[in-house]
Design a protein around this ligand. Sequence first.
Ligand code: ADP
Ligand code: MG
Length: 724
Amino acid sequence: MTGNNVRLQAIKDVEAYVPPTPIHPEETPGDIFGENVFSISVMQRRLPKTVFKSVLATIERSEPLDPLVADAVASAMKDWAMEKGATHYAHVFYPLTGLTAEKHDSFLDPVGDGTAFASFSGKTLIQGEPDASSFPNGGLRNTFEARGYTGWDVMSPAYVLENPNGNTLCIPTVFISMTGEALDHKTPVLRSQQAMAVHAERVLRLFGHDEPERVVAYCGPEQEYFLVDSHFFLARPDLLNAGRTLFGAKPPKGQEFDDHYFGAIPERVLGFMMDTERELFKLGIPAKTRHNEVAPGQFEVAPMFERANEASDHQQLLMTTFKTVAKKHGMECLFHEKPFAGVNGSGKHVNFSLGNSQLGSLLVPGDNPHDNAQFLVFCAAVIRAVHQYGGLLRVSVASASNDHRLGANEAPPAIISIFLGEQLADVFDQIAKGGATRSKEKGTLTIGVDTLPDLTKDPGDRNRTSPFAFTGNRFEFRAPGSLQTVAAPMVVINTIMAEALDYCATNLEEAVAAGTDFNEAVQTLLADIVAEHGSVIFNGNGYSDEWPVEAEQRGLKNLRTTVDALPELISPEAIELFGKYAVFNEREMHSRYEIGCEQYILTVGVEANLTLEIGTTTVLPAAIRYQTELASNVAALKAAGVEADLSTLQSVSAPIADLRAGLATLAAAIDHEHDEDPLVTATALRDTVLPAMLAVRTAADTLEGLIADDLWPLPTYQEMLYIL
Ligand code: ADP
Ligand code: MG
């Protein structure tokens, strides 16, 4: 009977597995960094001067691309890529599934006489038509306009991706419909970046920067992930198909000891990390820190921050690289937000700031009152943005998988509030108070400013429970999930900052035009923003039971689940906001809403079916086998005239009955008709299917603690989390 036990076989295989010998390459990171990137310096070397200048203007100052240079760039790019062994090129795009998609084409064109020559024109560089009609489009691609186009994003560098079977030149692209509507995550990042920049620069001009360089949003994502041995992974159909365990009792030793957090990294994992870093460096991705995370088997990698657009592409590439390299090391990299119930989940903190190379981060307190006033205006804009559009920030990180993490007492709650730290909160407090007498006292601003030198010291009072925290030179949005693209939250951050900076600039411009002293106008603006939006500032414990109650009194939204959050996308305020700043039109908003519903329905649907299948074909049979063993033991004892103790048999029979009942309820819940309104279907899944899955799981997890170990078929939490 046990011969077929995949779990026991997996344990044997894990024991026998010899990880690859760590390579200790001679080169330093500096030697290989950006080796496979068609970077600015490569372009400078390989492009005619005028062409290079033109491309640089697009990259650095967002000037429109001159199509006439495309042929020259394409030709240089092709030569460079072929020298690096590339045989194919691919337009890489980011469809709304959240994944990365690529369509590969060969450089070689058959000539007709049986030979072929390498071709790659400007036209093929600039535009592709991948068809790709199966990607979700939320109604944006009816059959008559079914075509989707990819378009070269000059601002994100092309690169060569190595593969044992041949290398590919990858060109980051946008993905749009024939009517120009966005079908991807990149297009709105670029649009929102542009909107934010316009208004940030208006504010800078008011502060005397007559010709500010283009302001950009920077993004530094911290990626958490789990590693499990591939043998265990393959023996868990739930991990394999859903990315998370749908069954599994909590191990006797959980994360209570905190002995893993920042502990020594296991040798095998270190080998993997070094390998991933080499690959990332080659691709020009600046991986910076690595350490163990809270849960056993959990780790983190944080690349250096980059422009949001590039950071977002790199983040996707990082995830792909991690998955590929993990396999080489006999492991599986899990990016799901909650692969193991009862064990810490994974997030992807999105650190963001605004700035440019001329002025640095605009979210850093300055050395003098004037600079500090500018800093405070940018901070106040963040306060206004987050207060007005907390719901949009929430929906930007909403997914079926992140629902297991947000608000579950280990991640920030689903309420979006801001943590400023004691010092900054105090400054805004004073500004608010000073506001009452500002018209009489001209120097009120200095009340706040006097305390500012303190700000430059590292704010040690970090609050890990806040979803949106000021951390000295940036804000850290902690609600994004580990599996998600950072593009969605960055689009929202850019757009709501565009609105808030627009408001600040307009306000100040008008005041100055009306003859108000500039400092006084700033003081008034700051005081007004704190008065109107200060209720979003919360420095207390976000995990406490009191906070949701207080948040409600403050009028802050608490959108607990994806289903609660999705309608934010089609609220009149959201449609107006995104329309005004030309990030999304109404159709695009609706399409995103529908795709959000669709993705939720698909995810929960797959999980429900898996639960049903694993419960029926794996857990129940194992339980029945054990029950049969016990029953025959009872019968044998009885036949021998020995008094049989029925308690073990009974203790197994009760959860078996629960499991059967749970499976029947789940099957019935799954069978429910899908409603025409996707939100109704999603709501039903949340309210009936998820609880039914949980009931099945509870019975199965109880059985896991009762059944003879040699009969239990699924690798346990203990095994998956502690054997690496
Ligand atoms: P912590 O764990 O303390 O939050 P980490 O070092 O793990 O810090 O990660 C910090 C992240 O913040 C990195 O990705 C880093 O690049 C990013 N970061 C630092 N400064 C900025 C900034 N000005 N703008 C955006 N991101 C930043
Ligand atoms: Mg952090």
